[in-house]
Design a protein. Structure first.
Length: 342
């Protein structure tokens, strides 16, 4: 699916950003003490040196509220008409987590819903928020992507445990014009359910419910067929990214930074090579936070804004790939934004 996000005067424009990562830092050395792996393997094969994990009792909503509050401050306050929360790890199966987040932010009463697209969650959430604005349902939307992904991981699985981290990133979107900095460009979104088996948490849903006996086959945990996911990821992200550029009327040479979902430093390098881009165009924070799934792009945008590697006026290509399978891409010119502590 491809499309604009409304007419020229109905664009969703980013006007605030914030993020929050948990306090607890988990180093590669800590993981090596309990898994059959090595610090060298993790750094060489993923580019990850450390990640942040929630403490027991800390949940997705806790991160989402902190990131959301920072984004609201960054936007200078003002009315919010809807809250969209992209997450793979809602606080519970029912109800959605967004209404609780809206209430805790003092926004109770507004439309609030969760979006589930695993690592593509931010781009699907952006499309949902932009759609609310284009349809005249909202003037301003708080869009948060938050994950307590560590709660899905098998503590004995060396193929997933080192890769994922927890975090939340949020943006405020307002109605504006297509030619303004911050205006979300044409969006490319896709899925391939024939390959859903590549990334799964099988137990705990309607097909394989529990409570009941705790599964002894590990099916309550996140599973990923890494090598095949790697291949699909590079292929889908390069195709989606190329299409988004074409819809925006941009050339590759127009792109100052590619802000890609941080799956693996080698995925980013392979994507740069496939697109014919220099490695230094790829924004990165995977070494310090790991793969934070849906939260990856907004956390990276906020951190890169803070450290100056993404600046106002930079032309950005955003690209993501995740379970489903799902993928997405869009373009935008980065606006000037204030940053506030979460
Ligand atoms: N330490 C040591 N060895 C490990 C290991 C670890 N932490 N994890 C896997 N291995 C081993 C495997 O068991 C395998 O051993 P074998 O050859 O004896 O079977 C070997 O390393 C190679 O495994 P493979 O899965 O091919 O490794 P890889 O280089 O592809 O790296 C991932 C694994 C998961 C890091 C990588 O495939 C990846 O990042 N995939 C893409 C993820 C992605 O894009 N996700 C997006 C959506 S979430």
């Amino acid at each position: 699916m491809t499309g604009g996000t409304g007419g020229a005067a109905d664009r969703a424009v980013i006007c605030g950003i914030g993020y929050r990562v948990p306090d607890r830092i988990v180093t590669n050395a800590e993981l090596c003490a309990r898994l059959d792996t090595s610090e060298d393997w993790i750094v060489a094969r993923t580019g990850i040196s450390r990640r942040r994990w929630v403490e027991p009792g800390e949940a997705t909503s806790d991160l989402a509220v902190r990131a959301g509050r920072a984004a609201l401050k960054s936007a200078g306050g003002g009315q919010i008409d809807a809250v969209v929360l992209a997450t793979t790890t809602p606080d519970q199966r029912c109800p959605a987590t967004a209404p609780e987040v809206a209430s805790r932010l003092g926004l109770g009463g507004v439309a609030a819903l969760d979006v589930s697209a695993v690592c593509t969650g931010f781009l699907y959430g952006l499309a949902t928020a932009a759609g609310f604005i284009a349809a005249g349902l909202a003037e301003r939307v708080l869009m948060i992507a938050a994950e307590a992904f560590s709660t899905l991981l098998d503590p004995d699985d060396r193929t997933t445990l080192p890769i994922f981290g927890d975090g939340a990133g949020a943006v405020v979107l307002r109605r504006g014009r297509a030619d303004e900095p911050g205006a979300v460009g044409p969006l490319v979104l896709g899925s391939d359910g024939d390959r859903s088996e590549l990334i799964t948490v099988k137990a705990g849903g309607a097909r394989q419910p529990f409570p009941g006996p705790i599964p002894d086959d590990g099916s309550q945990y996140f599973k990923m067929r890494g090598r095949e996911v790697f291949r699909q990821s590079v292929e889908r992200m390069s195709a989606a990214g190329t299409e988004a550029l074409s819809l925006a009327g941009w050339q590759l040479g127009d792109v100052d930074r590619v802000v890609t979902h941080q799956a693996n430093a080698r995925v980013s390098a392979a994507l740069a090579e496939r697109l014919g881009l220099r490695r230094d165009v790829m924004a990165q924070n995977i070494a310090d936070v790991g793969n934070t799934a849906a939260a990856s792009i907004p956390v990276l945008l906020a951190q890169a804004t803070a450290d100056g590697s993404v600046e106002a006026g930079h032309r950005l290509l955003l690209v993501a790939f995740g379970g489903g399978l799902t993928w997405g891409a869009t373009t935008l010119t980065w606006p000037h934004l204030e940053l506030h502590d979460a």
